[in-house]
Design a protein around this ligand. Structure first.
Ligand code: BGC
Length: 436
């Protein structure tokens, strides 16, 4: 029985989908067997990744996926969220995903592919509207090949982070520093999402979602300047990527920064999804812009943004410095329900997890335990939550942090590529068992 000081984790509704998540660029390796992505180009530049590493080999999941499927089966998850590498599909290698999907089905684990998790083929650019159409064509190819076995799909992963970190601040690929001029990148990804939903439907898909990152925004104080800055940030993180999908309109004040004609696309953006995926890690404390160094996840922010990120000092932090705030998940989901009402489809938590080192990762267990309970409180409060996916199955290439942060339930030795389940793997297995 999964217990802690708080007793057993309460039962979730029947049919609740328990899973774990990964992404292609972070685990697959075999970079020599696919076209390059913007991340390959980005990491080749000096000083971009904390430990100077690349994802050329990563976890070598491409060659070791059978072992990883066995780990999933041993864990007892019902579903596995992975991503399909668009560059790999462009190089003609859909066979890898064929084998992966077959092996997952044989192991009784439901495949849940994400069609874009930041590894845009090099040479494509989200500033160009046409990229959305290219994406829909690629989605059609994947759906045509895997749609006989895959029934649950995710269009995009975190277009908010890809816009902010990759195109506004330049700390992720492709390394653009456009600040608020990055907003067309947001629109074109949302357009890509809508077109992908249509392409998937044309292939008969009936269970389609998106994985958007969200978290509560805490104003630094009650001063009007801090509150206004927090509202602006909240619009960027929590409304920009949700309002068009769920309400069919952009939040006030955004349209002026979008490409001309963006409003005419809203009908495509609002193509109904069957469920809404939320990736939750932590709240953000936001105040008015101020001089000096302000950070975003440890990254200094350039001047010129209408907000600054403040430390959340009164909470424990993970190895990546992110505060541990389980109740933020309850607050976020109930706020979503209140804001969107009947327009909010069933919710799935598509990512939640933390970076901690070591095999006896009791901190991760405490983090996950706290967040799963917080999720249950959202269910009790009437939010229709249908699933929860831990980020991540494996330690992996953690983007600009390289291999310095470990989010896995399974430890990976990046010299030998040996996998070793951590204490949290055994703990989560027991949680799943107890949930039936
Ligand atoms: C991303 C993952 C990433 C995780 C931890 C999420 O924003 O979807 O790819 O590894 O956070 O940083």
């Amino acid at each position: 029985m999964a217990t802690d000081a708080g007793g057993p984790i309460p039962r979730f509704p029947a049919g609740f989908l328990w899973g774990v998540s990964t992404s292609a660029h972070q685990i697959e390796g075999a970079a020599d067997r696919r076209e390059p992505s913007v991340w390959d180009v980005f990491t080749a530049g000096p000083g971009r990744v904390r430990d100077g590493s690349t994802a050329a080999v990563a976890c070598d999941h491409y060659h070791r996926h059978r072992e990883d499927v066995a780990l999933l089966a041993g864990l007892g998850v019902r579903a596995y969220r992975f991503s399909v590498s668009w560059p790999r599909v462009r190089s003609g290698d859909l066979g890898f995903y064929d084998r992966l999907v077959d092996d997952l089905c044989a192991a009784g684990v439901r495949p849940v592919p994400t069609l874009f998790h930041w590894d845009l083929p090099a040479g494509l650019d989200w500033r160009q509207r046409d990229t959305a159409s290219r994406f829909a064509e690629y989605v059609s190819v994947v759906a045509g090949r895997l749609g006989d076995r895959v029934t649950k799909w995710i269009t995009l992963n975190e277009p908010a982070e890809h816009t902010l970190l990759g195109h506004a601040l330049g700390v992720h690929a492709p390394g653009e520093r456009l600040l608020l001029d990055a907003l067309p990148v947001a629109h074109h990804q949302l357009l890509a999402h809508g077109l992908a939903v249509r392409a998937l439907r044309a292939h008969g898909a009936t269970d389609i979602g998106i994985a958007n990152s969200h978290g509560p925004t805490w104003p630094a104080s009650r001063e009007p300047a801090d509150v206004a800055a927090a509202e602006f940030y909240d619009t960027l993180l929590n409304r920009l990527f949700a309002d068009p999908l769920l309400l069919g309109r952009y939040p006030d004040g955004i349209v002026a920064s979008l490409p001309g004609g963006a409003e005419a696309d809203l009908e495509v953006l609002a193509e109904p999804v069957d469920w809404y995926g939320v990736n939750y890690y932590a709240p953000t404390r936001i105040g008015a812009p101020r001089g000096g160094r302000t950070g975003f996840g440890g990254v200094p922010l350039p001047a010129g943004l209408p907000f600054s990120v403040r430390e959340i000092e009164d909470r424990p932090v993970t190895d990546s410095g992110w505060p541990v705030v389980p109740e933020g998940l309850t607050d976020l989901l109930t706020a979503f329900r209140d804001r969107y009402g009947d327009r909010l489809p069933p919710v799935v938590v598509t990512e939640n997890g933390c970076s901690y080192g070591g095999l006896d990762d009791q901190d991760r267990i405490a983090y996950l335990d706290g967040h799963i309970r917080a999720l249950h409180r959202a269910v009790e409060a009437g939010v229709d939550v249908r699933g929860y996916f831990v980020w991540s199955l494996l330690d992996n290439f953690e983007w600009a942090q390289g291999y310095t942060q470990r989010f896995g339930l399974v430890h990976v030795d990046f010299e030998t590529l040996e996998r070793t389940p951590k204490a949290s793997y055994a703990w989560f297995r027991e949680v799943l068992r107890a949930q039936g």
